[in-house]
Design a protein around this ligand. Structure first.
Ligand code: DLL
Length: 433
């Protein structure tokens, strides 16, 4: 089912006209309502009426996390504070959090784009949606919640954690759609046996997984363990939260709801806009946000965009699965390494579980990468020789893909800390050493 065929299946030309109209309105609003944008536009001698085509957007400067932090907490509001009905926040790893405000209209838009996301994942109003993303300042819980209600699902607001209770509710209420981070989905799948719940008793058919990078290997693992169809969903607090893009049954990239969020891909070094299909940094411009619209926000997420229509009938731009973040990239002995590349290698090896951690240390001047990964109980109880073989096989595969030697440590099932939200994959001990 397509939630809003008018907007989701629009002819490309018609959508471009709509985007340009919305963009021009947005820029004009920013120029009037937000002193910071006023000053920026004046600096580059830009006048909103100069914006004649979507391509002209490329002449405007980017906004990055640094500028958002400088305008903490609500300096960039484009509406009176009295119109803000909700805030969310993303903590990040350092410094001040980002605070995003929403008007009632923004909350409405958000519910619509999440309803689209759930429909993309095969959901209808007959579904029972278990929301196991965290509720609170994080956008995952409340975002999915409002969208689920908009669609007419029965929503179970579990929030993250309390795994035993999640499984009990899932079984007793007959949950059909599970929404949580992919790492938490694996944690839930792992706990089935311990909690005495058999997958046969469950009615899951679809999963809406996002908020962190994951791989095709993890998709296969979670699909076979929970017997559902796993869909990638993407979003970020600065732009609205989840509901920016989602995968349909074709699983041929994520549909970007580009009548609200205009995507570009840029070269992260030069800032140049890259053509269709080329990999680079995703940049988003709000087209309809009222409280906290952003012009050309640099996400640091790496993806590529495609424009040919999808077999499902939606005509939105499609983005590739996020393969990493420009700031997640580890530089080890000068070689760029993305955790996602390692995950792809690990999950392709029989008996290796998608639970891993990357530990980076420095010995003298040399960076060392250790990949700690769980293996199945069968492999773990194998002979030392058997274990060494698996270890050598992974080291060889990693060498082929990364071009450097990483030490692989096979660890016991369930020995790597489980997450209920975003998994912590990287332990970089270099600064300390
Ligand atoms: O994670 C919003 C969200 C909630 C998305 C629930 C999907 C589901 P933030 O906490 O602001 O917001 O983190 C945003 O998470 O820039 C990406 O780096 C990463 N991210 C989000 N979705 C995906 C995904 C939410 N599907 C940051 N694949 C983004 C890979 C993702 N990374």
């Amino acid at each position: 089912m397509i939630w809003d065929p008018y907007y989701e299946c629009m002819e490309l030309e018609q959508r471009r006209e709509l985007q340009l109209r919305r963009l021009r309105e947005m820029v004009a609003r920013l120029a009037v309502n937000v002193p910071w944008y006023q000053a920026r536009f004046a600096q580059i001698d830009f006048h909103p009426e100069d914006l004649k085509s979507l391509e002209d957007l490329a002449s405007l400067p980017f906004v990055s996390k640094v500028e958002l932090r400088d305008n903490y907490p609500l300096e960039l509001l484009a509406c009176p504070a009295s119109e803000v009905v909700r805030i969310h926040s993303s903590s990040g790893t350092t410094g001040r959090p980002i605070i995003a405000g929403y008007t009632a209209e923004d909350i409405n838009t958000w519910a619509e784009t999440i309803a689209r996301t759930i429909c993309c994942g095969g959901g209808t109003r007959h579904d029972i949606l278990q929301v196991a993303y965290g509720y609170g300042l994080f956008t995952g819980g409340l975002g999915l919640h409002y969208g689920g209600e908009r669609l007419g699902c029965m929503v179970i607001p579990m929030s993250a954690g309390n795994t035993a209770r999640q499984l009990m509710m899932m079984r007793d209420l007959g949950t059909t759609i599970l929404a949580c981070t992919p790492s938490y989905a694996l944690t839930l799948a792992d706990a089935l046996e311990e909690e005495g719940v058999s997958v046969e008793e469950l009615k899951l058919r679809s999963g809406l997984f996002g908020a962190e990078p994951w791989s095709e290997g993890s998709r296969q693992a979670v699909e076979s363990m929970l017997r559902l169809s796993a869909h990638d969903i993407y979003g970020l607090t600065e732009i609205i939260g989840p509901g920016v893009a989602g995968e349909c049954e074709a699983k041929n990239g994520l549909h970007v709801f580009d009548d609200h969020f205009y995507p570009e891909i840029i070269d992260p070094d030069t800032g140049q806009v890259l053509p269709e299909g080329q990999r680079g940094e995703l940049v988003f411009t709000s087209l309809t946000k009222r409280a906290f619209p952003l012009l050309r926000f640099r996400t640091r997420d790496i993806s590529a965009l495609h424009y040919e229509p999808c077999s499902c009938g939606r005509t939105h731009a499609r983005m590739d699965r996020i393969t990493g973040r420009t700031d997640d990239m580890l530089i080890i002995r000068g070689v760029n390494v993305f955790p996602s590349q390692i995950e792809e290698v690990l999950t392709a090896v029989e008996g290796v579980m998608p639970h891993y951690q990357l530990v980076v240390t420095r010995e003298g001047r040399m960076d060392q990468l250790e990949v700690r990964v769980e293996v199945s109980a069968d492999i773990f109880s194998d002979t030392v020789r058997g274990l060494e073989q698996v270890q050598a096989q992974i080291e060889e595969e990693l060498h082929k893909v990364l071009g450097l030697h990483a030490k692989v440590s096979l660890v016991e099932p369930k020995s790597i800390e489980r997450s209920i939200g975003k998994a912590k994959r990287i332990i970089d001990q270099r600064e300390a050493g």
